[in-house]
Design a protein around this ligand. Structure first.
Ligand SMILES: O=C(O)CCC(=O)C(=O)O
Ligand SMILES: [Fe+2]
Length: 248
């Protein structure tokens, strides 16, 4: 039995419907204290590695740390991924998203996957290990934007509105598309459909490092450009991850 990484939570039909309508769902303070401690230790280690190594530690983080690797097929992780994607899932990548004080903003973007076939889903499961306050290394999102399954990219809020948001409405509710500022107490997990527009606010200079990591899972069936799995990791998967590592 693995030690729990999540506290108990509710993710039933209405929560799933909210995820599907908004494009993201926030689980405040979901990570256990023990998982948070281990994640900070693991992320500190990966962060301190020479990023010129091959494969790049930041991008292939689980391949450099046993605890990060063990989370891929942790029963609670698979249960969460499958409650969104259904039973047939593959691991796609695990990226260290730690951001030191003064880290710059990350512009608005979406991630492509099976753009023409919404039957094949791709989710990002973000762990905000020590959380964030709005406007300080925070995740920002545009509810409803994932339903367009479209490549969208812009470095400013005004540019994003002018180029993409102003002439669109939420396909299900008819509401205008608007930027949402998220807030995440320590241990928050956020699940996001990969086609959702998202951006990251700059980290304030006086703030400590924002410890965070993303695990991405998808339904197999389409090529994945984001898939960062070395052949060695694919053929030597962490315990329980057999069957999750292949592209198809
Ligand atoms: O660092 C973050 O909070 C989000 C990073 C991001 O855009 C991603 O992993 O897709
Ligand atoms: Fe992203």
């Amino acid at each position: 039995m693995s030690e729990p990484i999540f506290q108990s939570y509710q993710f039933g039909a209405s929560e799933k419907a909210q995820l599907d309508s908004d494009g993201h769902f926030v689980f405040p303070s979901l990570l256990t204290e023990s998982a948070r401690e281990k994640l900070i230790e693991s992320l500190s280690k990966v962060n301190a590695l020479d990023q010129n190594l091959d494969p790049i530690p930041q991008r292939y983080s689980a391949e450099y740390d046993e605890f990060l690797a063990s989370v891929i097929a942790h029963p609670q992780m698979l249960e969460l991924a499958r409650s969104v994607l259904g039973p047939d899932v593959r691991y796609d990548h695990c990226v260290d998203l730690s951001r030191a004080g003064s880290s710059p903003a990350m512009g608005w973007h979406t991630h492509a996957y099976s753009d023409d076939n919404p039957e094949l889903g791709f989710i990002r499961i973000f762990f905000y290990v020590n959380g964030f306050n709005s406007g300080d290394g925070s995740l920002r999102a545009v509810p409803g934007s994932h339903l367009f399954r479209q490549n969208m990219r812009n470095n400013s809020d005004d540019g994003l509105r002018a180029e993409y948001l102003d002439d669109k409405t939420h396909p299900q509710t008819g509401d205008p598309l608007e930027i949402e500022e998220l807030h995440a107490p320590p241990g928050t997990v956020i699940v996001m459909w990969t086609h959702a527009l998202h951006a990251v606010a700059p980290r304030r200079p006086e703030s400590p490092t924002r410890w965070a990591v993303v695990y991405a899972f998808r339904n197999p069936g389409s090529p994945s450009h984001a898939r960062w799995v070395t052949p060695h990791f694919e053929s030597n998967p962490p315990t329980g991850a057999e069957g999750l590592m292949s592209l198809y």
